[in-house]
Design a protein around this ligand. Structure first.
Ligand code: COA
Length: 325
């Protein structure tokens, strides 16, 4: 088995900023409520004609530049997204064409907020076995397209963005262990009920606002904390490390209170948590991706550091990955 590492990262956040003050004018909420309950101050939104592939292309180009890998050298592209441009073709195929990555196979995965860590784990398999050399992994979302802007329970939480990572064989360090979990029995806690084959789009699904995110946030909160704790513990123990060894903890950015609770249950010092939720909100698969990119760019991670990626989302699914940088 070959050692696999992340050799480049890049991100793209749309320019438009929606602040808590802006939301106060749209629904019955307050900056105080949003800040204290979630930690979010603002989030980014796409412009009218921007879709997930547009964000993905910019993030992917930045990651390829950072990795010094040409698009033609990619063997595989995996995009994690729950808001693809179309039901089909996949975003990964649109990206393959836009990048000119003629030699690359391409597919999307659907693992919601855990999508980026799931995609990294999938990419690792191909490289470790020697099937592929360079794999591009993208986490990209336009959650504003499935957000009900009349529902204060959800619309204050989400944002749009994308980030990408290039994975390749490395001589030392790299991914030390991975873990993935799932509990499909609680899938109704977080879903978009309309627009699929269960409830195809109709006047009725639109009138009932079934094409928007429905979330039972309060019930999810405890499960999120428990699942992310489990994922972090399992991934660390699989490579013989403990929380004390972690230099940078990069979790999915669902809620500041969830992240601080997970870190304290794992025994990771609060200052080791990387946050970007205050400026971007929850961007599902793009949250972990942009958080990793931000931590690298802000030099919160240096060579030799132990990094713990940990995510949880709709499905329910969760996963973690320990990387020696
Ligand atoms: N502004 C003001 N009040 C709001 C509000 C808003 N934007 N949204 C909800 N409220 C109100 C509720 O109506 C409720 O009022 P009530 O007590 O009169 O009924 C009150 O605030 C408390 O609501 P609750 O849902 O219990 O709040 P909470 O502390 O659980 O915070 C979340 C809500 C969504 C922020 C939180 O539950 C959460 O982050 N959940 C987990 C999300 C998650 O993990 N998702 C999966 C991964 S992406």
């Amino acid at each position: 088995m070959k050692k696999v590492g992340i050799i480049g990262v890049g991100e793209y956040l749309p320019e438009k900023v929606l602040s808590n003050a802006d939301l106060e004018k749209m629904v019955d909420t307050s900056d105080e409520w949003i800040t204290t309950r979630t930690g979010i101050k603002e989030r980014r939104l796409v412009s009218k004609h921007e879709a997930v592939s547009d964000l993905s292309i910019k993030a992917a180009k930045a990651a390829l530049r950072d990795a010094k890998v040409k698009a033609q050298e990619l063997d595989l592209i995996i995009v994690a997204s729950i808001t693809p441009d179309f039901q089909f073709p996949s975003v990964a195929c649109l990206l393959q064409n836009a990048l000119g990555a003629k030699g690359a196979a391409a597919f999307d995965i659907s693992a919601a907020c855990a999508g980026f860590v799931y995609a990294i784990i999938i990419a690792q398999q191909f490289i470790a076995r020697g099937n592929y050399k360079n794999v591009l992994v993208v986490g990209a979302e336009v959650l504003s397209s499935i957000t009900d802007w009349q529902d204060r329970n959800t619309c204050v939480l989400f944002g749009d963005g994308a980030a990408a990572a290039v994975l390749s064989e490395v001589k030392s360090g790299g991914i030390l262990s991975t873990y993935m979990g799932c509990d499909g029995s609680a899938s109704e806690l977080l879903m978009v009920p309309g627009g699929g084959s269960r409830n195809p789009t109709s006047h009725k699904t639109i009138d009932n606002r079934m094409h928007y995110i429905k979330m039972r946030g309060n019930e999810l909160f405890k499960i999120a904390v428990r699942s992310m704790q489990e994922a972090g513990e399992k991934a660390l123990s699989l490579c013989g490390l403990s929380a004390k060894d972690v230099d940078c903890f990069i979790p999915h950015q669902a809620n500041v209170r969830i992240l601080t609770a997970v870190a304290s249950r794992l025994g990771i010092a609060q200052e080791k948590i990387y946050f970007n939720i205050q400026k971007y909100g929850n961007m599902s698969s793009a949250s972990l991706a942009t958080a990793l990119c931000g931590a690298v760019k802000e030099k919160r991670i240096k060579k030799g550091d132990i990094v713990l990626l940990d995510a949880f989302g709709a499905g329910l699914v969760w996963g973690a990955c320990v990387i020696k940088w």
